[in-house]
Ligand binder design. Structure first.
Ligand SMILES: Cc1cc2nc3c(=O)[nH]c(=O)nc-3n(C[C@H](O)[C@H](O)[C@H](O)COP(=O)(O)O)c2cc1C
Length: 493
């Protein structure tokens, strides 16, 4: 299990960075030698609305919001190395979100250092530093409720005494490590880092301490990391800006030219269909004072990954990747074995499509499922829709009696996606689905009997039920697709 393999001692980590710490940057940091990679801070309220989607084309696991954006994308390669950082001020919500990602990440971290107003006004980030009871409640809830390590990232408090008292209280919650950004919440990133505070923290607790805040004055190259480690008195360090500017800072082979690093970054962005605006932001950070150069201007003007690829002369790779992904999509669709059950988390899936011609006019699997649920006195089926960005196709998950069912195949229309989900459910439960050739099934016979008793033709009866179904159907649409979530205008801490 990831928990047992993960160590927070003697490590160099990619620090959490909003907009920067998405999958391409994390993989790049791992390539260059980072031991652990933190994702950007993700807010619990937004994450709690996400669906976990296995993306078989990209070979990733995506957490997708109702507004079609991929909030968090991860893959097998980083599973034992990625720390999921969340912004939270609520223990229950924190646990809900942590459980959602638990099997896909190596650890969960709580951000207690962000001084930006949008974070502190919700009681999150640095606001937590003045509410140690809340800190304790959140961390204890996570530590007891999760099978993976829990950590937190703090800033130092105005006095050493307060800082030490806080970290000792944090240690008692059972967290696996604590990252300390050696600045107070009022201090700006350009202010010198207080290595003496970090040193004192490292001596006051027995859990690993990860020193942070050294990018500007201490760490410029890989060799400087050791100096920072010594100055902070910790075995582990975490780098934000130094890594954002040139991720090869993690490599002990010496720094690579930033042009090479940008190219490698973009290759991952292409491979994992990273959001274009997020990709642009990262490249502009790497360009730094060259952001107004011809290349910088081309990057800034680009609206899509295709256009960014052109700026870096990577359009051929972009085209090839698109073709490869499309080919994989086609293979997956054609090789899916019908009627084979596969569990995707708590969802039972089967590769089925709704073929209209297989059903009599006006008869649909959804109607059969609704009718069955009424007969069984269950709540009526609830349909939730997702949409993927690459081809705008739909997939629906139906929940009935607390169980979820979905077709692993994607449909071009929302209606067909719901019918496919209903078919999966009916087949798994062994209930007739109304297909031609099922005429003798219990439900169909019952319908015929009811129609006779009511003196109406079977077709009229079906129509009546269909109208009733339309009226009461409380299908819920949660369209999702690839994209980056809405970000604040200024990066947080
Ligand atoms: C662009 C950017 C985004 C950041 N986003 C986060 C974040 O999401 N969570 C967090 O805990 N800190 C965040 N930080 C703060 C860094 O993790 C780090 O604490 C700070 O930059 C000091 O480290 P450094 O000197 O290595 O840059 C961010 C910093 C930058 C530059």
């Amino acid at each position: 299990m990831a928990a047992s393999r993960l160590s927070f001692r003697n490590i160099t980590a990619l620090a959490p960075m909003v907009r920067v710490g998405t999958l391409p940057m994390r993989l790049l940091a791992l390539d260059y030698g980072a031991d652990l990679v933190y994702c950007e801070e993700l807010i619990d309220i937004k994450m709690a609305q996400c669906h976990r989607v296995v993306n078989e084309v990209l070979e990733t696991v995506d957490f997708v919001a109702p507004d079609e954006r991929v909030m968090f994308r991860t893959c097998e390669r980083e599973k034992d190395r990625v720390v999921f950082q969340m912004g939270t001020s609520d223990p229950d919500r924190a646990l809900t979100v942590a459980r959602l990602v638990e099997k896909d990440v190596a650890a969960v971290d709580v951000n207690m250092g962000c001084p930006k107003e949008y974070s502190t006004k919700g009681g999150m980030g640095a606001a937590l530093l003045s509410d140690p009871d809340k800190i304790e409640a959140i961390l204890k809830k996570l530590v007891t409720g999760l099978s993976i390590p829990v950590t937190c990232k703090i800033r130092i408090l105005p006095s050493l005494e307060e800082t030490l008292s806080l970290v000792q209280r944090i240690e008692r919650t059972g967290v696996a490590a604590i990252a300390v950004h050696g600045r107070m919440k009022e201090e700006r990133p350009r202010h010198p880092v207080h290595c003496d505070y970090i040193q004192a923290v490292a001596q006051a607790v027995s859990i690993p301490v990860i020193a942070n805040g050294g990018s500007l004055d201490l760490v410029k190259t890989n060799g400087d990391i050791e100096e920072f480690r010594k100055a902070a008195g910790t075995s582990s360090v975490m780098l934000a800006r130094a890594a954002m500017w040139n991720a090869s800072v993690f490599s002990n082979q010496g720094p690579l030219p930033v042009e090479t690093v940008m190219e490698e970054y973009l290759k991952y962005a292409i491979q994992y269909e990273n959001n274009a605006f997020n990709t642009k932001y990262c490249l502009c950070q790497m360009l730094r004072d060259k952001v107004e150069s011809p290349l910088g201007k081309q990057v800034q003007a680009a609206q899509t990954i295709a256009e960014i690829s052109e700026a870096y002369r990577l359009q051929e790779l972009y085209q090839q990747t698109q073709e490869r992904l499309q080919a994989r999509r086609d293979v997956l669709e054609s090789s899916s074995q019908p009627d084979r059950l596969v569990m995707d988390g708590d969802v039972t899936t089967m590769a089925v499509k709704f073929e209209r011609r297989e059903y009599p006019p006006q008869i649909t699997p959804k109607m059969f499922l609704l009718e069955w649920s009424r007969k069984e006195k269950l709540e009526q089926p609830l349909y939730e829709m997702v949409q993927r960005s690459q081809d705008r196709a739909f997939q629906s998950t139906v929940t009935i009696a607390g169980k979820k069912y979905r077709s692993s195949l994607w449909e071009k229309s929302k209606k067909f996606a719901e019918q496919a989900a209903a078919i999966v459910c009916l087949r798994v439960l062994g209930i007739p689905e109304g297909r031609i050739g099922e005429e003798d099934s219990g439900l169909v016979c019952k319908r015929k009997r009811e129609a006779k008793m009511n003196g109406i033709t079977e077709e009229e009866g079906i129509k009546k039920r269909h109208v009733a179904e339309q009226e009461t159907d409380n299908s819920k649409m949660a369209a999702v697709a690839n994209g980056d979530h809405h970000k604040p205008d200024t990066p947080p801490e």
